[in-house]
Design a protein around this ligand. Structure first.
Ligand code: 3HC
Length: 329
């Protein structure tokens, strides 16, 4: 299994005889399915990869609030507004769980935030696309949260304890996110001609960016092989992308919507859909900061961080005073 995983991603990782005794003992623990806890010995590369992945996951949750937050004041009913507010609040909570998991590895939230703001850390490419209509909020719940669930469910079994436990909690809430999005799409396709057209337009614009959420193709994945050897990642990018397409294509059919891919076709031999790859040039352009909304998203985050400085300073001053008082008692 281990050798097969490494082969499938094409990138080699340290072989057993290249490992130190400590690294080999660590790998034995991983291979035995043990959970690694913050105070356990771990290779520096394991710690760094976790900080990178968990930190970027947390940034994605926080930045991911912006596209949907844009529609809270314009939701078509009080019920939809309440559901959307609950979802956006959930995403904030997911970000906090994940920042807490990252902090157990010795990095502070301020350091992670600074790395986001200066471009050393990323957030998911999907959040650099605009939400132009209410149907986009349905497409985000259905497709983006659907893709997030596909990617996050295996992470519940990840080898790092705090990340795995955060994922168990987050996955429970994601299911509600996906259902409410699909429900919006159901309402739209059963509405007027204009509403159906709006739903189709949202699918057209969010389909390929949702496929990009799973990362570059396996041959271009930098981290997959090592992350899978360390069970930080349980599946390759392409495996999860394929599973997402196989699950979502019948849902689009049920909605009476057309996935914008003329190559999408059921392949009996492989027991799944053939489909077109996303435009990887567009993907890497978005990662380079040249997506439709990159500047607005990062600008909004930096502005919120700067404007919230007084709150953080007040809380810290109060905490320091309280600590000093307790120490004096
Ligand atoms: N957006 C931005 N960057 C991406 C990306 C994407 N969709 N896919 C890959 N990348 C980056 C990687 O971070 C890496 O860059 P780095 O070295 O600077 O970190 C580079 O592209 C190469 O990709 P790899 O495949 O080698 O990287 P990974 O092994 O880390 O795989 C991943 C990428 C599949 C996103 C993996 O990091 C992962 O599973 N992360 C945890 C889940 C996550 O972060 N999901 C993001 C969405 S969260 C969300 O949707 C919230 C929901 O509530 C809506």
């Amino acid at each position: 299994m281990y050798a097969q995983m490494v082969k499938s991603t094409g990138k080699s990782v340290k072989s057993r005889d290249e490992m130190s005794a400590k690294e080999a003992r660590f790998q034995d623990r991983i291979d035995a399915g043990e959970k690694i806890e913050p105070k356990d010995w771990m290779p520096e590369g394991y710690r760094k990869t976790l900080i990178r992945q968990i930190g970027q996951h947390a940034h994605s949750e926080i930045v991911g609030q912006l596209p949907e937050g844009n529609w809270i004041t314009r939701a078509p009913s009080l019920a939809r507004k309440a559901i959307l507010i609950a979802k956006v609040q959930d995403e904030a909570g997911h970000g906090l769980y994940l920042y807490c998991a990252a902090e157990t590895l010795g990095v502070s939230r301020d350091e992670l935030t600074e790395a986001l703001h200066d471009g050393r850390m990323k957030y998911s490419s999907i959040f650099n696309y605009p939400t132009l209509t209410w149907a986009d909020i349905g497409a985000i719940g259905w497709l983006v949260d659907g893709a997030a669930i596909m990617n996050q469910v295996p992470l519940q079994r990840c080898s790092f304890g705090p990340y795995s436990r955060a994922m168990i909690r987050i996955c429970k809430e994601e299911s509600f996110h996906q259902r409410q999005g699909f429900d919006i799409m159901m309402k739209m396709v059963n509405g007027t001609e204009a509403q159906r057209a709006m739903a189709q337009d949202a699918l057209n614009r969010f389909w390929y960016p949702s496929l990009m959420m799973f990362g570059p193709s396996d041959k271009d994945s930098v981290h997959s092989a090592q992350s899978m050897a360390w069970k930080i990642k349980m599946n390759t990018n392409d495996e999860l992308r394929r599973k997402f397409v196989d699950q979502t294509a019948p849902q689009a059919e049920y909605l009476g919507l057309t996935i914008p891919d003329k190559n999408l076709k059921w392949n009996d031999k492989k027991g799944g859909y053939d489909f077109s790859e996303p435009d990887w040039e567009e993907f890497f352009e978005v990662l380079r900061g040249n997506g439709p909304m990159n500047k607005e998203r990062l600008g909004a985050r930096v502005k919120a961080w700067d404007e919230g400085a007084w709150v953080r300073e007040g809380l810290m001053a109060n905490a320091e005073k309280r600590t000093a008082r307790m120490a004096a008692e």
